[in-house]
Design a protein around this ligand. Structure first.
Ligand code: CP3
Length: 342
């Protein structure tokens, strides 16, 4: 097995960690902005296999990352389940909301998702033909809790208030919705793997707002159910779980879910994560994405710190969260050169 990301996921400690970056295809790159303009808008780009493959490949050509992440979005699954979805420029996603039994009943059955998502599988097939032999193709989906927060509120929310309100006010409906998203995610990721995704990642961006028993039931348990189902259907498929801002919740996450790798954000130090999370398996992370804006000696020092802290075990270098549109592409190169020791 030559692909370094797959080696790290199999538990190998490598002399230089493989590297990729969340949101590596994105608005900080002029070539991304050009292709997005050609597509018309973000969703048209997601559903155009040729152009989605093109933007996936752009950061691979420019930087030679070890991993390519499928260009798509976690909100395509709700759309495939029947939610209306649109993006307001400068603000973010908007969806029709699910707050009543009637809203839930109007969703489409899980088996219907491929009618909408077939172009995404085509993007993956193109990428498997066009990616360099050493580059690992990463598929992904949102974790059920994070997807539910958008489906319930109809938009991003600072504190996920509407989702908490439904969870606490009508737990039966909330759990039905989470169950449906969980089933849909298993089908969606299975299709991605059949099309050629070599790893899948579950983005639980809002896991940090769940605590205590809710974290167990709505972050850990769905990740466990999805991982188990995928590994049953596709033996050996590696899974990366990203319960962002989980803090102490990161401890034991590998064992509780069966994930091969736990991605950590930068609200924890790499030294803490090495001691408490990497002891249980591969970790991914966790340079603060702000360094891609500020650069300089601090970027170099903090990059070295992350590499050093995780050097005793399996590690995939990444940011703690997605790169932002105001990042300088030259800082990305500086981070890569620093990781690779140039
Ligand atoms: O990482 C990658 O390069 C792969 C593609 C990818 C996108 N979104 C493209 C995108 C991935 C893996 C995602 C995941 C995603 N999408 C998450 C989880 C990760 C995280 O960031 O916490 C979430 C919560 C979403 C939902 C979403 N999509 C939001 C809230 C927004 C608006 C905020 C923003 O950055 O504009 C998006 C839009 C989006 N998804 C963009 C991209 C490149 C920007 C769209 C544009 O070009 O205008």
């Amino acid at each position: 097995m030559t692909k370094t990301i797959l080696r790290a996921l199999a538990g190998e400690t490598l002399p230089t960690p493989p590297i990729w970056m969340m949101r590596q295809a994105g608005r900080y790159l002029p070539e991304y902005k050009a292709t997005r303009a050609q597509a018309g808008d973000f969703l048209s780009l997601c559903y155009n296999p040729e152009l989605a493959a093109e933007v996936t490949l752009q950061p691979i050509r420019r930087y030679g990352f070890d991993g390519a992440i499928l260009f798509a979005d976690i909100l395509l699954l709700p759309q495939a389940l029947g939610a209306d979805l649109w993006f307001v420029t400068g603000e973010g996603p908007r969806l029709s909301t699910i707050t009543s039994e009637a809203d839930f009943a109007a969703l489409r059955p899980v088996h219907a998702i491929d009618d909408t998502l077939a172009p995404i599988y085509e993007t993956i097939r193109i990428l498997r033909r066009e990616l360099p032999a050493e580059t690992t193709l990463i598929g992904f989906a949102g974790a059920p809790w994070t997807v539910a927060t958008y489906m319930i509120a109809g938009q991003g929310t600072p504190d996920q208030g509407p989702a908490h309100a439904l969870k606490d006010g009508n737990r039966a409906l909330f759990e039905q919705l989470l169950g449906k998203i969980t089933e849909g995610t298993i089908e969606y990721l299975s299709r991605q793997i059949e099309a050629g995704a070599e790893v899948v990642k579950l983005f639980d961006s809002w896991a940090g707002s769940l605590s205590g028993a809710d974290f167990e039931r709505y972050a850990k348990e769905p990740a466990r159910v999805i991982t188990e189902a995928l590994k049953r259907r596709h033996p050996g498929i590696p899974v990366i779980a990203f319960p962002r801002q989980a803090g102490q919740g990161y401890v034991g996450f590998h064992a509780a879910t069966g994930a091969d790798c736990v991605a950590v954000d930068d609200s924890v130090t790499p030294e803490w994560a090495a001691e408490h999370v990497q002891v249980s398996g591969c970790v991914q992370g966790n340079l603060a994405s702000s360094h891609m804006v500020t650069g300089g000696a601090e970027l170099v020092a903090e990059t070295r710190r992350v590499v050093q802290a995780f050097s005793e075990g399996p590690h995939i270098f990444n940011l703690g969260h997605g790169i932002t549109p105001d990042a300088d592409p030259a800082n990305v190169q500086l981070m890569i050169d620093t990781v690779r020791g140039a």
